[in-house]
Design a protein around this ligand. Structure first.
Ligand SMILES: *Cc1c(COP(=O)(O)O)cnc(C)c1O
Length: 411
């Protein structure tokens, strides 16, 4: 036994030596810009200004959603009691699926939707079910881990294509004679914040008779006039579109959905093992999500999206003014709540994070393998609930931190 344990410990130690060891903090309070956290290795809780949640609209601790959750639990109890195909599929789940299908019907003719416990499972389900042995999956090189794992679970052959390289993908599709082709991409890249060339990908799907699977985890709720995400922002319309949206980020609750033509959804119900062989999420979650959709699609959602846009513009303008002249940190284009400050090496990312921590600011440092080697970064995530003063504090702190690192290097 000790030999086996020694192997594991050796790997953990190696990660530690490369500044790659992961540690968890404990959140003592609800998700909000000001959050009380117990950091790894510390016993004292601290209240910090956080820029690391995916709660882009600030709905995760919204009282209306907590109320709906409690109401859902009173109506349906806490557990669903089974999988969707046995008896776990409640009225709340059905209503949620109907509402989401209605939301996506302007973009997908004859749209239906299917609710999943998590986005991870939704992606495993779509790719493993549609990516049969006679299929080829064309996978964008910066795709989220859940899409990569979905492609691994599929019997299909997998071909990667270079980041946003539409011409290369066109050539790869042209050279492929498989009867089923799936183009698979994040809609908004989760570590970079940029939007995939989805309109061009859809044109390729039409040209080469392929499916287009789009994962809009970071666009849903945030982009488009009514928060329906990238399909709304770009005005997509196609039967080939298979859209995955997640509901634990901007929607502030938990779960995910797939929206597609009704035949695709019916097929997933028959064949998608990550849908079939798991207990349905609590109906109260679906009930709370109905309340979340009402907020997102209504006046309050529009206001929150407008606030978020203002904070994004403020952060970018502020950071561009304080970036070091030596190019030691850069802020690539991103129109979304995800703003990557790329510093390059792992130790520098960890140092910057530690220096921000010391000032009471929390920003996630993202290292390989989550991002390519040499592109370690601070992933700044903004929320509609950040104030102008919050963002100003972050810009000031980063300006001083980056300047002090330059001085140290010069010395
Ligand atoms: C977060 C995320 C997922 C997974 O969704 P969960 O509901 O958290 O499991 C899938 N795809 C992308 C792009 C994500 O960022």
């Amino acid at each position: 036994m000790s030999r086996l344990l020694d192997r594991l410990q050796g790997e953990i130690d190696a990660l530690d030596a490369q500044s790659l060891r992961r540690r968890r903090q404990i959140a003592e309070t609800a998700c909000a810009p000001l959050q009380t956290l117990t950091l790894a290795g510390s016993s004292a809780a601290r209240t910090m200004l956080c820029f690391s949640s995916n709660d882009y609209l600030g709905l995760a601790a919204h009282p209306a959603l907590a109320k709906a959750w409690a109401e859902g639990a009173a109506l349906y109890g806490t557990g669903s009691g089974g999988s969707h195909l046995i008896l776990g599929h409640s009225r709340a789940h059905a209503q949620l699926e109907e509402t989401l299908a209605g939301w996506m019907s302007p973009f997908i003719p004859e749209a239906r939707s299917l609710f999943f416990c998590t986005g991870y499972m939704a992606n495993l389900a779509v790719l493993s079910a549609l990516g049969g042995a006679d299929a080829v999956i064309f996978s964008e090189s910066l795709n989220h881990a859940s899409l990569i794992d979905g492609a691994r679970l599929a019997k299909a052959r997998v071909e990667r294509y270079a980041h946003c390289d539409v011409a290369a993908l066109d050539a790869q599709l042209a050279a492929c004679d498989a009867p089923v082709k799936l183009i698979v991409s994040d809609a908004v890249f989760s570590m970079d914040g940029n939007i995939a060339p989805v309109t061009a990908l859809l044109a390729l799907a039409e040209k080469h008779d392929a499916w287009l699977v789009i994962d809009d985890a970071h666009g849903f709720g945030v982009l488009g006039d009514t928060g329906r995400g990238v399909p709304e922002a770009l005005g997509l319309h196609s039967q080939r579109l298979v859209l995955v949206g997640t509901l634990g980020k901007a929607a502030g609750v938990s779960g995910a959905f797939v929206a597609a033509h009704r035949t695709v959804i019916d097929y997933l119900v028959q064949r998608a093992r990550p849908y079939i062989f798991t207990t349905a999420a609590p109906p109260a979650v679906a009930h709370a999500l109905l309340a979340s959709l009402a907020l997102i699609g209504g006046e309050e959602g529009a206001q929150r999206r407008a606030q978020l846009k203002e904070r994004i513009a403020q952060l970018r303008l502020g950071l561009e003014a304080v970036l070091p002249a030596d190019g030691g940190a850069r802020l690539p284009q991103s129109p979304t709540a995800i703003q990557p400050l790329i510093v390059g090496d792992n130790a520098r990312a960890m140092l910057t994070m530690a220096q921000l921590d010391a000032r009471g600011l929390r920003v996630g440092a993202i290292r390989p393998p989550t991002v390519p080697a040499g592109t370690a970064r601070l992933r700044i995530a903004l929320s509609a609930s950040h104030t102008e003063a919050d963002v100003a504090r972050l810009v000031d702190a980063l300006g001083e931190t980056l300047a002090s690192q330059q001085l140290t290097e010069a010395a």
